[in-house]
Design a protein around this ligand. Sequence first.
Ligand code: HEM
Length: 523
Amino acid sequence: TQVWPDARTDRLEWLLYEQLGGYGSPGIAFFVHDCVGIGNETQGVNFGAEWLRNAYHDMSTADTIAGTGGLDGSIIYELDRAENVGHAFLETRDSFSGLVTTRSSLADLYALGAVFAVGACSNGSMILPLRAGRIDAREAGPSGVPEPQQDLATHTASFARQGFNATEMIELVACGHTIGGVHGIDFPEIVPFVSNGDPDDEHTSTFDTTTRFFENKVATEFISNTTKNPLVSGANVTTRSDERIFNSDGRVTMRKLAESNDYFTSRCSTLLERMLNTVSKEVVLTEPIDYYPVKPRAAQVDINANGTMTFSGVIRVEDALLTSPNTQVRLHFVPRNGSQCSDATPCSVTNGISGNFEHATCVYTKCPATFSFFEYSLVVSSEQGASSFMVEIVDGDTGASVIHDNNGNGFPTGESLQPQYKLSTQETFLIPGPDNTFESKQQLNLTVAVLNAEQFTNVTAIFYEHKIPGINTGGWTTESVELTLSRKVEGTNFTFYTTSYSRMFNDPIGAHPFDLVATGPGR
Ligand code: HEM
C-alpha cells in the first residue's frame, strides 16, 4: 500500500530490501551474514551481537515518562563512558556513518542494523518491522546504560525508565543475551584475561552454547543449570546481573521462555521492536517500511535539443511477479495532457528493456523478497511529455498481463522540475590557501529544466553541507541558491536554469545531495 515516492522511507527501503547485489546497494547487511559476519567467532567478535548491543545502549538512556532520549544516535558522543566500554560502538558508528544522509539518520540506520542483526542471527525467522523518522542527537545525552555490577533494584528502576516492566526486563535481557558474549579484553573483572599470544583474541565467554543463533538456549541452559553465561555463573558474584534478573520472579519468566522457542522469539520480536521504536516525544515514526513490489530507480528526464525528451532509468521488480523466464516488463507513459497514446504518439517502452542485469537478495535464506532490475529508455516529443507511467508485466508463457499503477496514482515522472545531469558538470581545482599552501575546491555547475517556467518566480537549489566538515554524523546546514534563467529550449515549453555552487573539498561530491524547489503563484 506504499505510494512511491516517499522521501521519508525510500532510501531506507532500498537499504533494507536490497541487502546484497542490489542496484548500487552498499551491501551493509553482509557485515552480519551468518550473524557473526565480518567478525571472527574464534576471536570472539560477533558483528550481529555488536549491532544489537549498540542499539540497546543508544536507547537505554531514554526517559520514557519525560519523552526524552531513546534511539537517537547520541551514543557516538558517549563513547568515553565506562558504561559504553568496548570497540563495538566505534565499529558500528564507522559501519553506518557513511550512509547517513538527509533522508537516513544515524538513529534510523542503527535501528536498521539491529533489524539486520536479528534477521541474520535468526536466519530470517525474525524480521523486525523498521519504521523511519528518528532524529539524531547533536550532543551527548544523560548516562544510564545498565551495568553488570549494579543491583536488581537499580536495574528494575532503569528498565522502568526505559519503558519495560519487571517481567519485560527479564525477557529483554534474555533476548539480548542469546547472541555474543562477554569479552575478557573489555571486562577482565568478569572474564579473566590471560594472554594466549594472539593479540586479536578477545577472550570471549559466550552467553549460551550457540553464540550465532538467536534462539532460547540462553533460557534452556539457565533453567537446566548448565549455563556458562558469565553474567549468571561467572566467578565474580557482583557482576552476575543476569542471574539476579533471571531469578527475580522465581524463574517463572525464564521457564516460559525455555519451554518454547516460538514463545521466546515472539516475545523478543515484540520487545525488540518496542526498543527500536523508543524515541523522544518530538519524533513521529512512519508506518513499518514495506517493500515496493515495483519500484522505479535512478529515474532521469533529459530535455534534448531536437524538441524531444528522454525518460530513462531502471525498474526494480519483485521476482515473485516474474512468473516465467521470458516475462516482459513494459512501461506505459501517460502523456502530459492525459490523452491516449497512439501509433502517432507512442508512449510505451515495449522493447529496449535490456533485461536483468543485477539481482537483489538477502543475507539470510528466508528472504521476504528478491528483486530483478530492468532498464528503460523512451524518447517522446517534449510537447507530449509524460506525467507518469504504469508498469505492465506480461507472462512469457501465457501472455497474461498485470498492470502496476502505484496504487492508482501511476509512477510520477517529475518532469516539471528535473536536474539535467548530462548538461551538468563537476570539477575540483586548487586555490591558494594560507602560508603558500593550496586547498581544493569543488564546483558543481548545475543545469535544471523547468516546465512552463512562466508559472514560477523562483527556482531554488537547496544544498546540504555537513555541519562539521568531513563528518557525516554532525548534522547538516543548508544553503539555498537561487538559479539563474539561462534559456528557453527551442520548440519546447522547458526552460533551463543554471547555477554554480562551490565548496571547500571534504568529501566526494556524491555525498552532498540537493533538493530543487520551484515556487510561484499557487504552486
Ligand atoms: C541489566 C541489563 C544489561 C546488562 C547489565 C548488560 C551487560 C552486558 C555486558 C557486560 C556485556 C558484555 C559486553 C562485551 O564484552 O562486549 C553484554 C553484552 C551484550 N549485551 Fe547486554 N546487558 C544488559 C542488557 C542487554 C539488553 C537489554 C540487550 C539487548 C536487547 C543486550 C544486548 C547485548 C548483546 C547482543 C551483547 C553481546 C555483545 C557482543 O558479543 O559483542 N544487553 N551485556
